[in-house]
Each structure stands twice: as structure tokens, then as C-alpha cells.
Design a protein around this ligand. Sequence first.
Ligand code: G4F
Length: 327
Amino acid sequence: MTETTQRVAFITGVSGQDGYYLSKLLVEKGYAVHGLIPCNAPGIGEPPDVNLHYGDLGEGGNFGTLLDTIRPDEFYNLAAQSHVRLSFELPVYTANVTGLGVLRWLEEIRLHQLRTGRSVRFYQASSSEMFGKVKTSPQNEETPFHPRSPYGCAKVFGYWQTINHRESYGLFACNGVLFNHESPRRGEGFVTRKITLAAARIKLGLQDKLLLGNLDSQRDWGFAGDYVEAMWRMLQQDQPDDYVVATGETHTIRAFLDETFGHIGLDWQKYVEQDPRFLRPAEVDLLCGDASKARRVLGWKPKVSFRELAQMMVESDLELVRREVSR
Ligand code: G4F
């Protein structure tokens, strides 16, 4: 009888939304999953069956030791300071964590491979924010970048470092250029979750106002649970490459408000007020992705529609708020 070796995956940012869905997927596929959490990790619920390790993308002192101990076959770099508006307030911190953090891991993986003769496949969570002030629409792998925030600039740096390690050292390294992806596990500071939580609280009489910034920007929103499948597929190919992951549909913030408030019988216009504190020094007005390469090469496509996503999120928050109220 031949013994099959269990594959080992390492995920940074495992306590975030994508870390949750990816670790769940990999555990289901039989991987041993290890995850990196920051020392001050917010208590947003531990991902299932994951071995947790502490580490900081802004520093990296223990990265080599972690790699030598865990010996991952696949490495998913999901960690970042990922809030775009916050990156204007913390540009240097964001550059260090979201940009240089990628290079810290790439270098440690390169050295780990040299030390051990092993091969590690690397996934970098690149972002549609790199397109910024878009040159053409929809955006695909050939669309030039024009980032509009310190976050977008840091992601461009990480994107090119990933390609540079692939081209210079032969590292199996891929960029997933993911457009906005949401779920009931989305952080409350992002616009979709801010809206669904407020809609639920308003419905149950716990809140009477929702303050938002720009309602006219357009985003290509998909379901995070679908998008982690694309990440995994990238690392199963014969050759490393870069892929846009998106739905190909774009909607305004107003449309998301219509869908979510409408679903629970509320008129958002009665509750939403615009507050300049939530505007950004520079805005990304329109994002709409063309994921035909991912469809063709990876055989990937999104399963959850915009309407299903909006309804899933508002229903989950209604349930959450109801539970809070009944405590
Ligand atoms: O939900 P958001 O904060 O997401 P944003 O800026 O598009 O970035 C997200 O998606 C990227 C992928 O393209 C990721 F790389 C990134 O890490 C993050 O996950 O804002 C979406 C839109 C923006 O145009 C913003 O100006 O919503 C607008 N908005 C209006 N009012 C607001 C608000 N955004 C937030 N966060 N809060 C508001 O009150």
C-alpha cells in the first residue's frame, strides 16, 4: 500500500475573511493548514482546524524559522493593511506591511528553498485597486495600473516583486488580481458590511441613521467563498501565472443599498446621510473585471450573483443582531 503525504498550506491573514474561507476549503481538501496571525489579532472567530502562529508582515524576524518548521507546499499571502481610506492616514505603515511584507516573505521563501531543496508555491493577494484610475473597462491582465491610494501603490509593489521572484529565481509565484469580494465575514469597516449591519440594526430599531461617503463609485462585487477557489486553482497549474478574478458586473453603492434595504422592506433614502469624513482624497470611480483568462485556464467562474450576495449578507446580519438583542 502506498502512503500519501498530506499537503501542507500556510496562510497569512488567516483570521480575516479570505483566510476563513480559504482555510475551510483547504481543510476540506485534506491539507494540513497553518496560519499566521498578528500579535494583536482581533477576535473575529478562529478559522476551523488551523494551526496558528504569530508573526508580523512589518517585521518578519521569525519568517525563516516558521518556514523551516512548517515546511509548506503552498503559501498564500493574504495578510495586509487592506483598508483603502485608512491607508491615506497610515501610508508608511501600509507600504511596510502591504508592500514590503510581500518581499519579506518572497525572500524568506527563496532562502528556505535554497537551504532545504524544497519547492514552495506562492500566491500573492493582488488587488483591483492597482487599476485605480482605470484606463479601459473592463480591466484584465493587460490593463495598465494607475493606483489612487497608498494601499494601491503598495499592492503594485507586491505584484511586481512576486513577478520578479518568478522571473529571476524561478519561484512558482502567482498574482491573483481579485476584485472586491464580500461575505457575512467581511470586516465592518468596508462599505458592503457597513451597509448590511446598519440595515439590520435599523430594521430591529437599534439605529436610525447610516453615514456614508461616496455613493456613486462602482464596484465589481463577488462572493469571497467563490474567490478562494480561484486562489487554490492558480497553485495547481503546471506553470505560474497572474489572473484577474471578478464577476464582470459592476454596481454603484446606491444599487447595493437598494438591494439590501429593499430586501428587508426599508427605503434607504430615509436613513442614509453623506458624511465627508468617509470620502477619500482620491477615489477609484469604476472597477469592472474581465476574468476570461481565469475562466479559460483555471476553469473558474463565480457562483453567487450580486443579488444573492447582498441578500445573504443582510440576512446574516439580521440573524446576528437578533441574537445580540435576545442575549
Ligand atoms: O468597501 P470599500 O472600503 O472597498 P474598496 O476601497 O473598494 O477596497 C476593497 O476592495 C479592494 C479590491 O478592489 C481590496 F483590495 C481592498 O483591500 C478592499 O477590500 O469601499 C468601496 C467603495 C469606495 O468607493 C468608497 O469610497 O465604497 C465607497 N464608500 C462610500 N461610503 C465607502 C463608504 N467605503 C467605506 N469603507 N465606508 C463608507 O462609509
